[in-house]
Design a protein around this ligand. Structure first.
Ligand SMILES: Cc1cc2nc3c(=O)[nH]c(=O)nc-3n(C[C@H](O)[C@H](O)[C@H](O)COP(=O)(O)OP(=O)(O)OC[C@H]3O[C@@H](n4cnc5c(N)ncnc54)[C@H](O)[C@@H]3O)c2cc1C
Length: 441
């Protein structure tokens, strides 16, 4: 008998598959970007669970804040918009859109525009020479010249440091819940009164919980949606668009790279003024139903007899069964555990946010970030699904240029962008010297 083991029993290196581009994430941004990359004839792999955040990390009875026409995914042939889905499905066009309808639309879009999503997570991304090596959770390895990070918001869930001591059984982040029915008959404290805080407060009440909401500023209530009733004058003064009526939002949506032209200082100022508010239809579920501590903070929280005792800055003391942190999301690429430390060290960042060029590409050539990670560079449009189209098209065009070179049209586009960027900077310098602007800082 031979002492050399049969080849079949030797540990075999996992076969390596090579792609032009790998998209990490199968939410609205990942699917749209993949659809555009595929449309350009590239070999593309997509990893991630289709619409996972929407299916598992939002309350199942939630209603979308965006209109259906502002919640389209994007494909290069414009074949798979929400409108067509309404025609072909059991759903009617409506406002607000139920979460379930959007999830079903997302799954329908994926089957048609990006049929081969591999639901395996990526566990490690490294750079080797001029390509990336991605290791999947099941041990497979793939290589790609380009990686598009479309990992969404989940990793960035913000948990205030002062409440880090609360055990996970008694406190959770809002994104950890899909079914709020488990809180029936319980006392729940919601920290945060922005879009998520108010959504959760109303849905918790509906699920039979007694709810306290602590919010450091008064809740910003949006007026009733009058999109279809607005007069011509109103629409001229503040045009309809996918974010909220008004010229600034209109510009963000219709000139999607205008924001990116400005210096970072101006962009940070604009982003920091952006405030998340509560939709009008939640009033009924919150006012007079939840106990609101508006303009206040939680001073202390301590665990007593298996519950949480909270002291609020208005003097109230409440004992609750559970605390939900509706404290939003804060980009920090250090939290993206799938990026290997060696690659993480190569990505230039500021405040833990990757610096991106005007094509969503980081300082590591071929590594792109879309969605929430890109908001500091590209503006609030990219917080929402409505930003998918612009981001997907731009990333696909950038990746194609790298492979086949710049077309004359692309060269003209670049030239125009240089001129616009210089003009924007000049405008900003002039504005900075203006006394009104200085007083507003
Ligand atoms: C409560 C709430 C309500 C909202 N309502 C609206 C609304 O009404 N309208 C609107 O426009 N926007 C809304 N938003 C914003 C919206 O969630 C984002 O704009 C959108 O989900 C971003 O899409 P995305 O593709 O970037 O990420 P996500 O939808 O978060 O998708 C992330 C993807 O990454 C994948 N992934 C994660 N880790 C890995 C890994 N290691 N390997 C591979 N894949 C991975 C996941 O499986 C998933 O497929 C809301 C947000 C919240 C929190």
């Amino acid at each position: 008998m031979s002492l050399v083991p049969h080849l079949a029993f030797l540990p075999q290196p996992s076969p390596v598959t090579q792609y032009d581009a790998v998209v990490v994430g199968a939410g609205p941004y990942g699917l749209s970007t993949a659809a555009h990359l595929i449309g350009r004839g590239l070999t593309v792999a997509v990893f991630g669970k289709t619409f996972e955040f929407w299916r598992n990390h939002m309350p199942k009875d939630m209603l979308l804040r965006s209109h259906w026409w502002a919640t389209n995914l994007s494909d290069p042939g414009r074949q798979y918009g929400f409108e067509r889905y309404f025609r072909e499905s059991k759903y009617q066009k409506c406002f607000p859109v139920p979460l379930e309808a959007f999830i079903d639309y997302g799954l329908w879009f994926q089957k048609r525009a990006v049929p081969h999503v591999d639901e395996t997570y990526v566990s490690s991304i490294q750079r080797e020479g001029n390509h990336f090596v991605l290791t999947l959770e099941d041990g497979r390895t793939v290589q790609s010249a380009v990686v598009v990070m479309a990992i969404g918001v989940y990793y960035y869930a913000h948990w205030p440091e002062e409440f880090g001591h609360l055990p996970s059984g008694l406190a959770s982040h809002s994104c950890q819940h899909n079914d709020l029915g488990r809180f029936k008959g319980q006392q729940v404290l919601v920290v945060g009164g922005g879009a998520s805080g108010t959504d959760y407060a109303a849905l918790l009440h509906e699920a039979g919980a007694s709810v306290h909401v602590v919010t450091h500023r008064p809740i910003l209530w949006f007026g009733p949606d009058r999109t279809n009733e607005r007069t011509i004058r109103e629409r001229i003064l503040a045009p309809n668009n996918g974010i909220a009526p008004g010229w600034p939002s209109w510009i963000l949506e219709h000139v999607p790279f205008f924001f990116n032209l400005f210096p970072q200082e101006a962009k940070d100022k604009y982003n920091s003024n952006y405030q998340s508010g509560a939709t009008d239809w939640l009033r009924e579920g919150i006012i007079g139903k939840a106990t609101l501590h508006e303009g206040h903070r939680v001073v202390t929280m301590s665990v007593v007899e298996g519950k949480v005792d909270a002291v609020i800055s208005d003097g109230a003391k409440v004992r609750v069964d559970h605390v939900i942190m509706a404290t939003g999301y804060k980009v920090d690429i250090g939290k993206l555990t799938m990026i290997h430390p060696s690659l993480l060290g190569e990505i230039k960042t500021d405040m833990s946010i990757p610096l991106l060029n005007h094509r969503f590409e980081s300082s590591v050539p071929g590594l792109y970030f879309v969605g929430l990670t890109s908001v500091r560079a590209f503006g609030p449009l990219y917080r929402f699904v409505v930003g998918c189209k612009a981001a997907a098209r731009r990333v696909a065009s950038s990746v194609t240029r790298k492979r086949v070179g710049r077309s004359p049209a692309a060269a003209a586009e670049d030239l125009l962008e240089i001129v616009m960027r210089r003009s924007a900077r000049a405008c900003f310098r002039a504005l900075k010297n203006n006394s009104i602007y200085q007083r507003s800082l």
